[in-house]
Design a protein around this ligand. Structure first.
Ligand SMILES: Cc1cc2nc3c(=O)[nH]c(=O)nc-3n(C[C@H](O)[C@H](O)[C@H](O)COP(=O)(O)OP(=O)(O)OC[C@H]3O[C@@H](n4cnc5c(N)ncnc54)[C@H](O)[C@@H]3O)c2cc1C
Length: 320
């Protein structure tokens, strides 16, 4: 087996795949190594999730993404990226985790859970969906506290607390309420946050009519088996509870980036250093692509505006 490539791409999300297609187009050898299934983050999105982007803006490698909906859903996106991978004959290994990357002379040596590879260049397209932002409150380790949400059916007749007020929280609150859950939202700010324009009025109306209860300027302070404590402007409120949906966002694997040697900014955002023109990090020949670039600012990069990273990186490699 040939284990030496021009480019080793870590992560088989939409942007890792885009990098593979771009390398292939320009005649560079490459391997994509993905620790889960293909487009693992999308696979773990909520079952009924709809993208806010239109299908054309999610396309990679020039392959058209036909969808009968104005905005495609999770199943269509999975179908699309899997078919692109198949038709494009992408060189990808699945269920293989990259555990370390080091420099050996002119080459990078990448160790995985199954093998070792050498490459002249490395692209980290590792996303941010594997590590949830924790609430850091007592009881968060109880199994009833969820950081990922899949299917509303599960929560029928359950008392749900939804933490957060952005897209994911709005979807969870509305979907579970419509499937018979009793929903309370706990929102740190004084108003709802970034929510798809067609979803926001629905949630506002459900809150206004009292179908969904919302505590604003409030935070969840403790979770117990059958109840939770909420700190509100009026003082502490304790309510009965079956499940907590902590939709508080996710963060890149900073420990992995630091282990590889990528510099992070010292502030809260922990931006991984990269030249925005070339996407090259402080390590020569090691690049960042996709949403990992934003550090803690995970709402800056999307598929639609980070697919261009693939072109920037491959062009820079070709110049070298
Ligand atoms: C609910 C939701 C809705 C969204 N809607 C939109 C939208 O409408 N439009 C849009 O443009 N964007 C949207 N986004 C953002 C977009 O889907 C993600 O940003 C997209 O997945 C980014 O692609 P990526 O390839 O950079 O990262 P990911 O898709 O997260 O891919 C990273 C991959 O790297 C793998 N990986 C991580 N570490 C390792 C390792 N050590 N070894 C091997 N593999 C590893 C992961 O398993 C993962 O498959 C949405 C995000 C969410 C959460």
């Amino acid at each position: 087996m040939n284990n030496t490539f021009d480019i080793l791409i870590v992560g088989g999300g939409p942007i890792g795949l885009a990098c593979g297609l771009e390398a292939q187009k320009d005649g560079l050898s490459y391997l994509i190594v993905e620790k889960g299934t293909i487009t693992n983050s999308l696979f773990n999105y909520p079952l009924n999730m709809t993208f806010f982007s239109t299908a054309d803006r999610l396309e990679i490698g020039g392959y058209p993404f036909p969808s009968i909906h104005p905005k495609p859903n999770r199943s269509e996106a999975l179908e699309y990226y899997r078919r692109v991978s198949e038709i494009g004959e992408l060189n990808i290994r699945l269920f293989e985790e990259v555990t370390g990357i080091s420099r050996q002379g002119e080459l990078y040596l990448t160790s995985t859970s199954k093998s070792k590879y050498q490459s002249r260049y490395v692209i980290l397209a590792t996303g941010f969906y594997d590590i949830p932002n924790m609430l850091a409150i007592p009881g968060e380790d109880l199994p009833k506290v969820k950081h990922y949400y899949y299917d509303p059916h599960y929560y029928y007749k359950q008392k749900i607390v939804v933490v957060g007020a952005n897209n994911s929280s709005a979807d969870v609150a509305l979907e579970t309420w419509r499937k018979g859950a009793e929903v309370t939202m706990v929102v740190r700010e004084g108003e709802l946050g970034r929510i798809k324009y067609w979803t926001k009025p629905d949630l506002e109306n459900r809150i206004a009519e009292g179908s969904i209860k919302a505590y604003f300027h409030s935070s969840l302070t403790a979770v117990r088996e059958n109840e939770v404590d909420i700190h509100t402007p009026e003082g502490k409120v304790t309510i009965p509870n079956d499940f907590v949906m902590a939709m508080t966002g996710y963060q890149p694997n900073f420990a992995f980036l630091e282990k590889v040697g990528v510099k992070l900014s010292d502030d809260f955002y922990r931006y991984p250093y990269h030249n925005p023109e070339t996407m090259e990090t402080n390590l020569p020949g090691l690049y960042l692509a996709g949403v990992v670039c934003g550090g803690m600012e995970t709402h800056v990069w999307f598929i639609e505006n980070s697919r261009e990273h693939a072109v920037k990186i491959v062009q820079n490699i070709l110049k070298k």
